[in-house]
Design a protein around this ligand. Structure first.
Ligand SMILES: NC(=O)c1ccc[n+]([C@@H]2O[C@H](COP(=O)([O-])OP(=O)(O)OC[C@H]3O[C@@H](n4cnc5c(N)ncnc54)[C@H](OP(=O)(O)O)[C@@H]3O)[C@@H](O)[C@H]2O)c1
Length: 243
């Protein structure tokens, strides 16, 4: 009997959950628990870390999981590496459901960097107004460059003081439109955007807005993840699961 664990936290994971529920599949959806009110799913849902690779192996065995679909964000590299290790050791089939990275097009002014540290190093010396579109985690590395103003966009109100001396936080949950993002960039007189190369539609609008306004983008490449089967569409995942 097929029993599926979906590792979620993305719009893609939510789309897959809908398809699995519609197909009547036996599946559990998992959230890390990073946001206060995660999107409700049409599948039984658990929340919180598993406790590393060992914890995940124990969970897979206890729940008799036969297939794991890793539909986490491309920057959730720890969870993805844990899934590869745990599924390998537990003999559970694993596929990643991953969106393609964004590619620069005509009119884009991207500087591609390997990681967050390189993004910090790529900031200009003169004080600038930066849209730091990287979510809530990892803001502290930008504290090394306190001379800039940082605009943040967060899902939840911050519960603790932010580590950046000159910043403003907009509380909003995607997807965002090009119009909204163009307004946001104009309103805050943004000079430069720092983004993770997440791919997908929900966070893409800021790139079109940057293009329209002629703004440069520091684009952080995805972290490396161990080799695994990667599928790009819900239909492919459903076929792989035998539906
Ligand atoms: N990183 C981003 O930019 C980003 C953006 C949008 C959404 N997200 C979503 O936010 C979540 C956390 O991302 P992250 O970058 O903090 O992950 P991460 O660094 O790869 O994972 C850290 C730990 O969080 C737990 N975890 C992560 N995803 C989980 C899931 N779906 N279910 C249960 N536990 C999970 C695991 O804890 P244990 O080791 O205890 O199992 C994992 O070792 C992910 O679900 C991801 O899809 C991340």
């Amino acid at each position: 009997m097929t029993r599926i664990l979906v590792l979620g936290g993305t719009a893609e994971a939510s789309r897959l959950a809908r398809a699995l529920a519609d197909a009547g599949a036996d599946a559990v959806f998992s959230y890390a628990g990073r946001t206060q009110a995660p999107v409700a799913q049409p599948l039984p849902t658990r929340v919180g870390g598993f406790g590393g690779v060992e914890g995940l192996i124990a969970y897979l065995r206890a729940e008799r999981i036969t297939h794991v679909v890793d539909a986490t964000h491309p920057f959730a590299a720890q969870m993805s590496a844990n899934a590869v290790a745990a599924c390998g050791r537990a003999g559970v089939a694993l596929a990643a459901f991953e969106r393609a990275p964004w590619q620069p097009g005509p009119g884009d002014r991207w500087t591609r960097v390997a990681d967050l540290g390189a993004a910090v190093a790529a900031l200009p010396d003169a004080p600038a107004r930066v849209f730091l579109a990287i979510g809530r985690q990892n803001l502290d590395v930008f504290a090394a460059r306190p001379g800039h103003f940082y605009l943040l966009r967060l899902v939840d109100e911050p519960q603790a003081p932010l580590p950046l001396p000159d910043c403003a936080a907009v509380i909003a949950r995607g997807p965002f439109s090009v119009e909204q993002d163009t307004d946001l960039l104009r309103q805050h007189r943004i000079d430069l955007i720092v983004a993770k190369n997440s791919g997908g539609r929900g966070a893409e609008a800021k790139l079109a807005a940057a293009r329209a306004l002629g703004l440069p983008v520091v684009m952080i490449d995805r972290p490396a993840v161990p080799d695994r089967l990667v599928l790009g569409h819900v239909d492919e995942v459903m076929r792989w699961l035998g539906h």
